[in-house]
Design a protein around this ligand. Structure first.
Ligand code: EAX
Length: 323
């Protein structure tokens, strides 16, 4: 009996002497608040990664641009100063120009259409284009359909946007389209938007309701119109150098965790879409819900011709007709 006891103690000592399974901590950054459609996604991602890698990997999340705005985060992945980010496609064309085709206004009919295109061969093939830029695109997430807000006047038709100084993402397709509508586009990082609106540096901006609510833009904007003028995809991106270090099993774990994160991301947007208008109205915003989108499409007709030449009308039609 005593011998068994001593063997157990020796065994325990040996185990204790074994180094704890090394845990690697990776940093992940987003430009918007934790209580948002991105925040719930990256918190889910972190939980799933830790669980699926049995604690070998821990994800430390940063919110509201604590480690920089979206373009800086993507640069950080390439430089190795950041490991992961969830970002809109705003600054992405600066890194992977082909992605900009997805930023064409009125390209997607509704959420179902957009999600099907991104989850299908068109979207999945596009994810592979990031590798050459030192970035691993783990999954397409979602930002949502974008709407216009401003502090000057209600927008009921394209005429009402003429001369408005609007903050835009650093996105060439968006800037071209808004300029064509007579807007004065002012590209800037999202982390600067609240102050710019508050100080009147710009009159307005455009974003999905999930961003408008999570960033409390009702505090600095009086009018909103549900233009739904463009669908805004998002991406979960990882430094390729970090991804390449993972074992095949851990690579799978990260990809599956990203999938789980996207489910939560989309579910949160569906929720926000249901309640945001009432919430924002209750907070004092004047909201134009029914706007004739065909008038905005007509105002963009010359831009669509030009973008057809740039991206290939057949590529655009393939997305538009996707079922
Ligand atoms: O990705 O820059 C933007 O307007 C984006 O929609 C925001 O950063 C969320």
């Amino acid at each position: 009996m005593r011998i068994i006891g001593m063997a157990l103690i020796a065994g325990a000592a040996t185990l204790a002497a074994l180094p704890a399974a090394a845990q690697t901590t990776l940093k992940m950054n987003i430009a918007i608040a934790q209580n948002s459609h991105y925040g719930v996604a990256i918190d889910t991602f972190a939980r799933e990664v830790e669980k699926r890698t049995n604690g070998r990997y821990k994800i430390q999340n940063f919110y509201a641009g604590a480690l920089g705005a979206e373009r800086e985060s993507i640069e950080g992945l390439q430089l190795g100063t950041l490991d992961l980010t969830m970002t809109s496609t705003g600054p992405v064309p600066n890194f992977v120009p082909d992605v900009a085709i997805l930023d064409i206004p009125f390209l997607f009919r509704d959420y179902g259409h957009a999600r099907a295109v991104l989850d299908g061969p068109i979207g999945q093939d596009m994810l592979k284009k990031f590798d050459a830029k030192g970035i691993t695109a783990l999954a397409w997430g979602e930002n949502g359909f974008r709407h216009m807000t401003n502090s000057k006047r209600p927008i009921n038709s394209p005429d009402d946007v003429k001369g408005l100084k609007m903050r835009t993402m650093e996105n060439p397709v968006h800037i071209q389209a808004y300029r064509a509508m007579g807007i004065i586009p002012t590209p800037m990082a999202f982390t600067e938007v609240f102050t710019a609106l508050q100080q009147g540096t710009v009159d307005g901006q455009e974003n999905p309701v999930s961003v408008i609510t999570s960033a409390k833009l009702d505090q600095v904007q009086k009018y909103m119109t549900l233009t739904g003028h463009v669908y805004s995809p998002a991406l979960i991106l990882m430094s390729k150098a970090q991804f390449d270090k993972l074992s095949p099993a851990d690579k799978q774990a990260f990809l599956e965790s990203a999938k789980e994160a996207v489910k939560v991301n989309r579910a949160r947007i569906d929720e926000d879409e249901k309640r945001a208008v009432a919430d924002l109205r209750a907070k004092g915003m004047i909201i134009v819900e029914n706007v004739d989108k065909t008038k905005f499409q007509a105002a963009l007709a010359p831009t669509f011709v030009d973008l057809g030449k740039k991206f290939g009308q057949d590529n655009i039609d393939r997305i538009k007709d996707y079922k």
